[in-house]
Structure formats: structure tokens, C-alpha cells
Design a protein around this ligand. Structure first.
Ligand code: FAD
Length: 412
């Protein structure tokens, strides 16, 4: 049995940022991180890879490079949580005992839920920005497509970066627009949900681009099967009287955003709520039933937009709350649900959605600098130039003054 003071499960955006933040507050704290992955990915960059703006290799680093100094990293997978015993079980059979647990294992991309998708992905015009190895294919397909039909799909919520499926569509549309191919390339957006974007203030700006690229919007239309060689996709649509009808669409290219669920070992664990997510208080991010457990990032049962931007705000809050609980106090910090979705509507312009719980707008910048409800060149600069270094050198290093203003409050 390994043992530690704080065990962090998952060394993604949320896990590394929390470890770094904990060590800034308390150097020498005994932290153990468990994650099987050799590399750490800056996933927000994959939209830009799919748009031909970033190189894929710029979005990943060796995991050893992002591990904060002083942290012990076990390159292993957690198989099960055992919170009654304050332990986790690793896949290799070992157990890890902890005083405090921070769970940040991310979300599971459920490719297998779409019939034929796993076999088709990467060939026959089937691509996705949700994978490191297929994001570059999106850009190749977009450049090669001179005419025909391009489909873009969005599964039911929740997904990480809810705007990413339509970001892929806009950046593709922008390329075809600049090449004079709108009209030859017919764009369709198939969204399992009922609206273009969940926070209504951003919809008018997005609709202007839907019109510009002449994209046909299909709501309540859920991808259920892909046949790569035949180049057809099947969508399920629920009619007003509750019947489910299936529609077949031919395509020349299809960008798929896969359905997303809580990781299996989370869903089946005592930490999960009925939906499979880790059941934490939305404000303190402390588990509702296990006082020495916290969760953040995509795996947590919080209603914020599942984004790295959310993890950036959650990590310092979790760090302070964990330390308080270790000291026998109540968690002092509260998270307001901040998340951000920079919608890349064209090369050089972004609609910067920033909002918290309940869809409350939480802009970082004054309106005269960036009005989030309008396309902005400065917001593009932020995404293309400023956010990657902020991620690597501030968020993952626990430099909180750089990722401020912290969207949360501290009890007096
Ligand atoms: P992750 O960063 O996914 O990390 C999870 C970690 O847990 C991984 O390292 C994994 O190896 C590990 N793990 C999994 N299972 C186990 C196990 N059994 N045992 C131990 N470790 C395990 N966010 C934004 O803020 N802005 C954007 O513009 C944006 N765009 C996006 C575009 C795309 C295409 C994608 C895919 C994501 C985008 N995101 C964006 C979302 C953002 O990347 C995620 O919300 C963020 O990475 C969540 O952090 P996390 O630490 O919870 O999960």
C-alpha cells in the first residue's frame, strides 16, 4: 500500500493545476498523482489544429515536463475508489491510501456509442477535433473539399467544450468562404440539443455566421451510425408525438463530436451521483457524502461549462479548501461556475462566451475591450497567442495572480 497526504487522480488540466496550487500554498505537502498517460495535452488547441492554425505537436508535452516539482507521480490507472477506507485501487493491484482525495479524471469520449464510428474515424472523410491524431485530418479534408456535403454533429449534453462542434463548422466554413466554395459545399449542423448555444446572449452573433456560411441547422438530430465506405450517416430525430424517426444523409466529409459520459470507474464508484458524475457541492467542490474528497474538472457533477477555463478557476479554490479541511476547518472558498468557450467564428475573430452557473455572464474584460456577444479580433489574439502560454506557464504552475480574477468568493 502506497500512502500520501493528498492523492490526486488524473494529471490533466485540473489535476496538475490543483497540485501546483497546493504546493504554492504549502511547499513540501505530500502529494501523489496517479495518471497512466505519458503525455499531457492542451486540448483547447485541437480546434485550432482542425482549422490549420496550430501544429498538433504544439498542443502536447511529455507528462514529466508538466509534473510540479516535489510531486510524486505514479504512472498507473486507478481502477476503483474506496472512500470508506480512504483508499483507491490501482489496475496493477496496488492500493493507495490518502488523507485527502482530489478526483480529476476527466470525461470519457464514447466513440463506441455510435455504430460504425470507431471503424470509420480517420478514413472516408470521417474526422474529429476531439482526438489528437484526427484533428489534423479535419484541416486536410477541409482544404481538399471543393464541393459536396459537409456534416458537423453535436451529441447530447454534457460534453467538454460545448462550443467545439460548431467551432469546427465555422472554421471550415471560413476556409470555404475565402475560397469561394460556399454554395458548392453544402454545410449541415446536426445538434441533438434544441438550441445553437445554451446561453442565449451569444446566439445572435453566431447566427450571423450560420447565415454567412449558409449552414443548415438541424436541432433534435442525433447521430447514431456512420458508414465510412458508403459515406452515409444516420440521424435519429424525435418527432413532436414522441416517435423516433431515422434519417440517412450522404456526406463528403463529416466532423463528429462523440457522445460523452463519466469514466466507467467513476460511474460505478461510491463517489458517483445517479448520472455517474462525482457528486460534489457546486460551490465548495467538496464531495457531498465524503468530507475528505474533492472533485473538479470534467468529471465533477457541476453544471458549469466543462472547460479548461473552468478548471483554471476551480483549481485554486479546491487547493485552498483542501488545505483548510486538512487543518480541521471548513472550506473557505466558493466557485461561481465560471467557464469559457471562445467560439472561433472565423480566422481572426472570436465570440468569447464567458459565463457561470445559471448562464450568468461573467466577462473577464470590460466591454470596450472585448464585448463577448460580438465577434472580436482581440479575443482571437487571446486564444491564438495568449491562452496557450497562460495555460502552460501560469495555470499549470499555480501562478494564481496570473489566472485572476478568481471567479469565486472567500468567506470572511
Ligand atoms: P483532462 O484534461 O481530460 O484530464 C484527465 C486526466 O485523467 C488525463 O490525463 C487522463 O489520462 C487521466 N485519467 C483518466 N482515467 C484515469 C484513471 N483511471 N486513473 C488515473 N488517471 C486517469 N476548454 C477550454 O477552456 N476552452 C476551449 O476552447 C476548449 N476547447 C476544447 C476543444 C476540444 C476539441 C476538446 C476535446 C476540449 C476542449 N476544451 C476546452 C475542454 C478542456 O480540454 C477540458 O475541459 C479540460 O481538459 C478538462 O480538464 P480535466 O483535468 O478535467 O480532464
Amino acid at each position: 500500500v502506497l500512502s500520501c497526504t493528498v492523492l490526486i487522480v488524473g494529471a490533466g488540466a485540473a489535476g496538475i493545476a490543483t497540485a501546483a496550487s497546493l504546493l504554492k500554498h504549502r511547499p513540501g505537502l505530500g502529494i501523489l498523482i496517479v495518471d497512466p498517460s505519458e503525455r499531457h495535452a492542451y486540448q483547447p488547441g485541437w480546434t485550432m489544429v482542425g482549422g490549420g492554425i496550430f501544429k498538433p505537436e504544439d498542443t502536447v508535452r511529455p507528462m514529466s515536463d508538466v509534473m510540479p516539482e516535489g510531486v510524486r507521480w505514479e504512472k498507473a490507472s486507478v481502477a476503483a475508489f474506496d472512500p470508506e477506507k480512504n483508499e483507491v485501487q490501482l489496475k496493477d493491484g496496488r492500493r493507495v491510501a490518502y488523507r485527502m482525495l482530489v478526483a480529476a479524471p476527466g470525461i470519457k469520449l464514447d466513440w463506441a456509442a455510435i455504430d460504425g464510428l470507431s471503424e470509420s474515424l480517420g478514413h472516408n472523410g470521417v474526422t474529429s477535433n476531439y482526438r489528437y491524431d484526427t484533428a489534423p485530418l479535419t484541416w486536410r479534408l477541409v482544404q481538399d473539399l471543393k464541393g459536396g456535403r459537409a456534416l458537423f454533429t453535436q451529441p447530447p449534453m454534457p460534453i467538454k467544450c460545448a462550443g467545439a462542434p460548431q467551432k469546427a463548422m465555422y472554421l471550415s466554413g471560413d476556409h470555404w468562404f475565402r475560397k469561394g466554395r460556399i454554395g458548392s459545399v453544402a454545410i449541415e449542423f446536426h445538434n441533438a440539443g434544441p438550441v445553437l448555444f445554451g446561453v442565449k446572449e451569444y446566439v445572435p452573433a453566431l447566427m450571423a455566421y450560420v447565415d454567412k456560411y449558409r449552414a443548415a441547422l438541424n436541432f433534435g438530430s442525433r447521430l447514431v451510425a456512420v458508414d465510412g465506405p458508403a459515406k452515409t450517416a444516420i440521424f435519429a430525430r424525435t418527432t413532436e408525438d414522441g416517435a423516433v424517426i431515422h434519417e440517412k444523409r450522404d456526406f463528403d466529409m463529416i466532423h463528429v463530436c462523440p457522445p460523452q459520459v463519466a469514466p466507467d470507474f467513476v460511474r460505478t464508484s461510491p463517489l458517483a451521483n445517479a448520472g455517474g458524475w462525482i457528486e460534489v457541492d457546486e460551490a465548495t467542490l467538496r464531495h457531498k457524502r465524503f468530507d475528505n474528497v474533492f472533485a473538479l474538472g470534467d468529471a465533477a457533477a457541476t453544471s458549469n461549462a466543462k472547460t479548461a477555463a473552468a478548471a483554471r478557476k476551480q483549481a485554486p479554490i479546491v487547493a485552498e479548501n483542501v488545505l483548510a479541511v486538512l487543518d480541521g476547518k471548513e472550506p473557505p472558498c466558493q466557485y461561481d461556475g465560471y467557464g469559457s468557450c471562445p467560439l472561433t467564428v472565423e480566422r481572426g475573430k472570436i465570440v468569447l462566451a464567458e459565463f457561470g452557473y445559471g448562464g450568468k455572464l461573467l466577462p473577464t474584460f470590460p466591454t470596450w475591450m472585448i464585448d463577448g456577444t460580438k465577434p472580436s479580433s482581440l479575443a482571437w489574439y487571446l486564444k491564438a497567442e495568449a491562452l496557450p502560454p497562460i495555460y502552460w506557464y501560469a495555470m499549470l504552475k499555480g501562478r494564481e495572480w496570473l489566472v485572476s480574477p478568481r471567479h469565486g468568493t472567500k468567506a470572511a
